[in-house]
Design a protein around this ligand. Structure first.
Ligand code: PLP
Length: 346
């Protein structure tokens, strides 16, 4: 059964599940306790921190575990003195903290001149631009964004949640957000990496070097470390091009077609709304998405599509490192069937 919704969440890797199960049983201690069980838990947490640090190419001392990307984004952007500048296509967990938006072009890439103009106002505390868009897979020019921010003396936060397990993570941003369930890890664990860190979002205990209060979720942290270590991608292997050609042959207009994109994502607008396509595919055993958040089961038109100057609900197909071309072909055959049925009814 093709599972083409990796951008929503990816299946847990077997070695991650195994490490998680073992940690639940074999590491009963609180990582801040002083006895042997506590020390064993703390050592496992530090080993996981080292693995995450290696995956992002930063010192382990800059890695702070959180409950996921939503919390890491909130920590990075809350409590700022000055304006928070975010791109118009950010995930809602970033947009929620934005005071002003940087527009994007028709392919979903940030407008660098608009960024320059916004920085020139002189009151910007932090800029947040994502590495890869969860709905379209469009990659932002983080090097160029960072150069502009650095010239203005403003730190850059980058939500790199969709990059983990898809592409290399060598990003120049001061602060980086990741969430491990997008790449074979469990849900409910992420990191904020970098410096300078804003004041803690969760206050109380001294955990995470005073950055994040609350008992450390040792089994999830251990599992995150294993996921970080395994998070590789086979490279540009032609699967996206194959899927895109199939989607276009069925009449889809690919979003961000002219922009660099994640190697696993094809999102397209059809003459049939994306939520109907998702339902039809589900009936045929294919898991896909509109890419947009659902409220009470009803898909809403997304701010990302609107920011790109388009309208309508797209269909997002996002596959994983081991998805076979056969599965992509099964999904395309099912999509062809759904479209034919829907067009006959219309
Ligand atoms: N940022 C991006 C780009 C995402 O795709 C997601 C996932 O939905 C999030 C943030 C939120 O991640 P989490 O589920 O870890 O809170």
């Amino acid at each position: 059964m093709p599972y083409l919704d990796h951008n929503a969440t990816a299946p847990v890797l077997p070695e991650v599940a195994e490490a998680l199960g073992r940690a639940l049983v074999e590491l009963p201690g609180n990582a801040h306790s002083q006895h042997a069980a506590g020390r064993a838990a703390a050592a496992a947490v530090e080993q996981a921190r080292d693995r995450v640090a290696a995956a992002v190419g930063r010192p382990a001392s800059l890695v702070r575990f959180t409950s996921g990307a939503t919390e890491a984004n909130a920590w990075a952007l809350s409590g700022r003195t000055g304006a928070v500048l975010v791109s118009a296509v950010e995930h809602d967990s970033v947009r929620a903290w934005g005071d002003r938006e940087i527009p994007v072009d028709g392919d979903g890439m940030v407008d660098l001149d608009a960024l320059d103009r916004a920085l020139a106002a002189g009151d910007v505390a932090v800029v947040s631009v994502m590495a890869a868009n969860n709905e379209t897979g469009v990659l932002q020019p983080i090097d160029q964004v960072h150069a502009r921010c650095a010239a203005a003396g403003v730190p850059l936060h980058c939500d790199a949640t969709q990059l983990l397990g898809r592409m290399a993570l060598d990003l120049p941003a001061e602060l980086l957000t990741l969430s491990f369930h997008k790449a074979g890890g469990p849900k409910g664990i992420g990191v904020l990496v970098g410096s300078p860190l804003p004041p803690p979002l969760l206050r109380g205990g001294p955990q995470e070097r005073g950055g994040r209060a609350g008992t450390v979720a040792v089994p999830l942290v251990v599992a995150a470390g294993v996921a970080a270590e395994r998070a590789t991608w086979p490279g540009a292997d032609g699967r996206r091009a194959h899927l895109q050609a199939g989607v276009e042959a069925l009449g889809g207009t690919v979003l961000g077609r002219g922009a660099p994109r994640l190697p696993n994502t094809v999102t397209a607008l059809f003459d049939v709304p994306g939520d109907l396509l998702v339902m039809g595919l589900d009936l045929r055993g294919v898991a896909a998405s509109t890419g947009a958040a659902c409220a009470s089961g009803a898909a809403q038109e997304s701010h990302v599509v609107r920011a790109m100057g388009r309208s309508g609900l797209p269909l997002r197909l996002s596959f994983g490192p081991t998805t076979a071309v056969d599965e992509l072909d099964q999904a395309l055959a099912a999509l062809s069937d759904v479209l034919r049925t829907a067009r006959e009814v219309a």
